[in-house]
Design a protein around this ligand. Sequence first.
Ligand code: SME
Length: 161
Amino acid sequence: MSSDVPTISADPAEQYADLADAARALVAGESDLVANAANLSALVYHALLQVNWVGFYFFDGTELVVGPFQGQPACVRIPLDRGVCGAAARTRATQRVADVHAVPDHIACDAASRSEVVVPLVRGDELIGVFDLDSPVTDRFSEIDQHGLESIGQILVESIS
Ligand code: SME
């Protein structure tokens, strides 16, 4: 499965277009949430530079529970009123944090993390979970990263619909 993993492109928007194509190909014909989330976390982790955690938390009706990811072991459960992940789930809006140390509410799963982006996963009115990426570099994630990662999240949601 490794032959289609895209390499970094000079143009970040182009890179994300390639990554979205690879993501669609990876989930094509499969509707299992865990399987698709597992493959997408691996795809994105290996395609992006300067990321130390890429993965998913799923909403169990009460709180977020860790799902498939790449990176260091992470906190298992996150209440919706806590952390950057909780904020993304609660507000259903992407949270892009340039400096996690400036966010008192940030939950440090990996002490190396400096910046973070969390994309909510919503199907109709239903909260599925969040797609979370951490970087050891301050201000790693641009608006282009945000839009590209929102597209990947959407590809996952559509794959299970
Ligand atoms: N930093 C997140 C917790 C999840 S870990 O980054 C994997 C947060 O503040 O919600």
